[in-house]
Design a protein around this ligand. Structure first.
Ligand code: NAP
Ligand code: ZN
Ligand code: ZN
Length: 347
């Protein structure tokens, strides 16, 4: 039998989020029931709740940075026990048989992953995310949170952490590599922490110098203001890798000019408007322009274990559910230090 649980939902694209109730499915043989303790607020939640990417399904319960405790397991569950600390990220299912699912890149499933929210599951039912008290999920789409990371600062790792870890590993950020992180928000601050822990020399490219002290505290060696044109002269041809977390279109040609020959500009930000560039910015210097989306389940576990070993968590502002709408406005104003996390006990 399904269970009725409390949640915060956007009733429509134009309306603020409000308290409601939703149904969670009965715990199936492969399912675990999670008592959600904390849910991070990702900028993607705002894009989707306000229908910035289109095709939003309403009412929408956002939230794909979920940390909690297992309170029930299905008869066939082998990986988790009651009491285990677990996380769920951006997807809760995929086809499990395409070449990408088979190699652990479920996020690139050819049939399309099932999003944790704003998606339809295999039965055509809408999925609801982490701004709620409980979640029922297939054990294969959950990950284990290491004991050394508190659940509140672990929650943002489930999206912000893996979204930066995956490209940093893929493009070999490490000793001897100069890496720039563009935008010091939720994703960006985890990018700085992870790239520094991987051994890279990290530079933060931020709109201003306001967050410089934080950049250095997170492990960056340098912090520059992109509002200052002198930055683009000073850093021309400097980086092996730039990871952009910007949620707005940007002057691609200017940023490609900051790469070394053979350098890569990897975009993880998901602006609502298209972006253009001059092809000459790529061909001079054999540069790569790429994108990257979250990471697979095994890689998410690898990221969590890495964060556990290196003592990394997110810097958070813990809020109650009735502060979600205000938090959205602060994220849009780049006024987040550095991830809002909802205490789901307040829902
Ligand atoms: P966020 O916390 O709002 O951080 C974005 C940062 O970008 C801001 O803190 C700010 O940093 C900078 N910024 C904001 N407005 C700007 C402007 N007008 N011009 C220049 N810089 C600006 O957002 P987030 O949660 O990190 O997410 C960032 C983007 O990544 C969103 O589009 C989100 O949907 C997307 N995303 C993608 C994936 C993926 O898998 N690819 C996963 C999660 C999220 P400074 O103050 O330092 O300039
Ligand atoms: Zn996200
Ligand atoms: Zn697949």
């Amino acid at each position: 039998m399904s269970t009725t649980v409390a949640a915060y939902a956007a009733p429509s694209a134009k309306a603020p989020l409000e308290r409601t109730t939703i149904e969670r499915r009965a715990v199936g043989a492969q399912d675990i029931l999670i008592d959600i303790k904390f849910a991070g607020i990702c900028h993607s939640d705002i894009h989707q709740a306000r229908d910035g990417w289109g095709e939003g399904i309403y009412p929408m319960v956002p939230g794909h940075e979920i940390a909690g405790v297992v309170t029930e397991v299905g008869s066939g569950v082998t990986k988790y026990q009651v009491g285990d600390r677990v996380g769920v990220g951006c997807f809760v299912d995929s086809c499990r048989e395409c070449e990408y699912c088979l190699r652990g890149d479920e996020q690139y499933c050819t049939k399309g992953m099932t999003g944790t929210y704003n998606s339809l599951d295999k039965n055509g039912e809408p999925t609801y995310g982490g701004y709620s008290t409980h979640l029922v999920v297939d054990e294969n789409y959950a990950v284990r949170i290491p004991e050394g990371i508190a659940l509140d600062v672990a929650a943002p790792l489930l999206c912000a952490g893996i979204t930066l870890f995956s490209p940093l590993k893929h493009w070999n950020a490490g000793p001897g590599k100069k890496v720039a992180i563009l935008g010091l928000g939720g994703l960006g601050h985890m990018g700085v922490k992870i790239a520094a822990a991987l051994g890279a020399e990290v530079t933060v490219l931020s709109q201003s110098l306001r967050k410089k002290d934080d950049s250095l505290r997170f492990g960056a060696a340098h912090h520059y203001a992109t509002s200052d044109p002198a930055t683009f002269d000073a850093l021309a041809g400097s980086f092996d890798l730039i990871v952009s977390t910007l949620a707005v279109p940007l002057d691609m040609d200017a940023y490609l000019g900051l790469l070394k020959t053979d350098g890569a500009f990897v975009n993880v930000g998901a602006p609502e408007e298209p972006n253009s560039l001059n092809m000459f910015s790529l061909i001079g210097g054999r540069k790569t322009l790429a994108g990257s989306m979250i990471g697979g389940i095994a890689e998410t576990q690898e990221m969590l274990d890495f964060c556990g070993e290196h003592g990394l968590g997110s810097d958070i502002e813990l809020i109650s559910a009735d502060q979600i709408n205000e938090a959205y406005e602060r994220v849009l104003a780049s006024d987040v230090r550095y991830r809002f996390v909802i205490d789901t006990a307040t829902i």
